[in-house]
Design a protein around this ligand. Structure first.
Ligand code: C2E
Ligand code: CA
Ligand code: CA
Length: 398
């Protein structure tokens, strides 16, 4: 189904009586809702930018109660059933009950009206800031689906410096999204949005495909040894049925060597040991190691380290940032590094911005440094041409 629809004045979006397969958000222009009741044609009003159409039918599956016609050149974004339903299903049962009850009441009020009464349009108009932010979220989610469809998400690669080897040996894949009217949307914002629904699954597949293509490109260009590239997985993706098998299958299809692809998982309340352990085991047996991301902040929980054996531990950038501020901060960094080593994991320190930090981390025996000192995330072409590695090495050597 097309996510964006453009209509000329007079074109019909949908007709009364048709199945309600999706709702629409008016991006530009106006839509009039009209219904035929008996011999009369009744207008239910005109909806403009930022308003929703057809969401009631989408929720309860009743056919369209009116015909929607463009009254000028109009652009609409389709909102899929799942976008609403997944949120309702994962929401508070009380909210669900309230929505169900409101739906039933509205439908029964409509059914009890005399046939010649103008029905209220099944739609909302949003002046309220809370509703507006809801609409904005729906809109962003729809645009994100569109970006996936059109390949508009970019994947960039941030170099990791192998401290004892004195060279860039790996990268982390970080996704980027540019919106024409908003500029860059931070992954912090849209990944969180994608995680609220299963949209994170296609986003993850998209990134994985891009990364595998870059690795294949490097291999085919004769790069030896191949750098490894780490892909971020959200906890939700990790427990998605069949996920591990799919990742392994993709890596095998591309015939990548062991260790070329790494996975990063952020500490999260959602890390459920049983299934996560099984996923990690399957990936590891097939040469895909794991890193525990952002260690030391957020849901920091030592049980993660006790129950799941990560090959790499990424110390959150907050620690590099503050390590020279007080002896206590430095002691903490040293202890985390020592603990990771005692567990047999290699340490990656994030957010390394100065040579002084790098020097201190080298003394502690930290294996990898990642941060603006080594380099920011670069477009794939720079990695493929070897430029990102050269720049990173020069910077880290000072
Ligand atoms: P993260 O995995 O902890 O990624 C590191 C973030 O720190 C990146 O932000 C990176 O640009 C930034 N950074 C790197 N070096 C430095 C430094 O020296 N100083 C400072 N101040 N910052 C530095 P970014 O790209 O905005 O990503 C934010 C988060 O979004 C990531 O945090 C990750 O959790 C998530 N993310 C990004 N791409 C993906 C993806 O493809 N899938 C998933 N599930 N999450 C992703
Ligand atoms: Ca990461
Ligand atoms: Ca991190």
């Amino acid at each position: 189904m097309a996510i964006r629809r453009e209509l000329f004045a007079g074109e019909v979006l949908y007709r009364q009586g048709e199945p309600s397969d999706c709702a629409w958000l008016v991006e530009r222009g106006t839509i009039e809702l009209v219904s035929v009741q008996g011999r009369r044609e009744i207008s239910h009003g005109v909806l403009g930018q930022g308003e929703l159409i057809g969401e009631l039918g989408m929720l309860d599956g009743a056919p369209r109660s009116a015909t929607a016609i463009a009254r000028g050149d109009t652009v609409l974004l389709a909102i899929e059933h799942d976008q609403f339903l997944e949120r309702l299903e994962s929401g508070d049962p009380i909210v669900r009950t309230l929505v169900d009850s409101l739906l039933q009441r509205t439908r029964s009020i409509i059914a009890s009206l005399p046939a010649d009464v103008a029905l209220p349009a099944e739609d909302v108009s949003c002046d309220d800031p809370v509703e507006r932010s809801g609409i904005e979220k729906i809109r962003m989610e729809t645009q994100l689906r569109e970006a996936l469809d059109t390949g508009a998400l970019e994947v960039r690669y941030q170099p990791l410096y192998d401290i004892p080897a004195g060279r860039v040996s790996s990268y982390e894949a970080l996704v980027r999204w540019e919106l024409p009217e908003r500029g860059a949307v931070s992954p912090g914002e849209f990944i969180k949005l994608a995680e609220e629904t299963s949209l994170i699954v296609p986003v993850g597949e998209y990134v994985l495909d891009r990364v595998i293509a870059v690795l294949v490109g490097l291999r085919d260009a004769g790069v030896e040894p191949l750098p490894s590239i780490a892909v971020n997985l959200s906890a939700r993706q990790l427990v998605e049925p069949g996920m591990a098998r799919q990742i392994v299958a993709r890596v095998q299809r591309a015939q990548l060597p062991k260790g070329a692809l790494k996975l990063e998982v952020t500490e999260s309340r959602m890390l459920d040991y049983g299934p996560v352990h099984a996923v990690m085991q399957h990936c590891r047996e097939n040469g895909i190691p794991f890193a525990l991301d952002d260690f030391g902040t957020g849901y920091s929980n030592l049980t993660h380290l006790y129950k799941l054996d990560f090959e790499f531990i990424k110390v959150d950038q907050a620690f590099a940032r503050h390590m020279f501020e007080t002896p206590r901060a430095m002691a903490l960094v040293e202890s985390i590094v020592a603990m990771a080593h005692a567990l047999g994991a290699q340490v990656i320190t994030e957010g390394v911005e100065t040579l002084e930090q790098l020097q201190r981390l080298r003394e502690m025996g930290v294996r990898y440094a990642q941060g603006y000192l080594v380099g920011q995330a670069q477009p794939a072409e720079k990695v493929l041409s070897g430029e990102a590695a050269r720049v990173g090495e020069a910077a880290a050597r000072g």
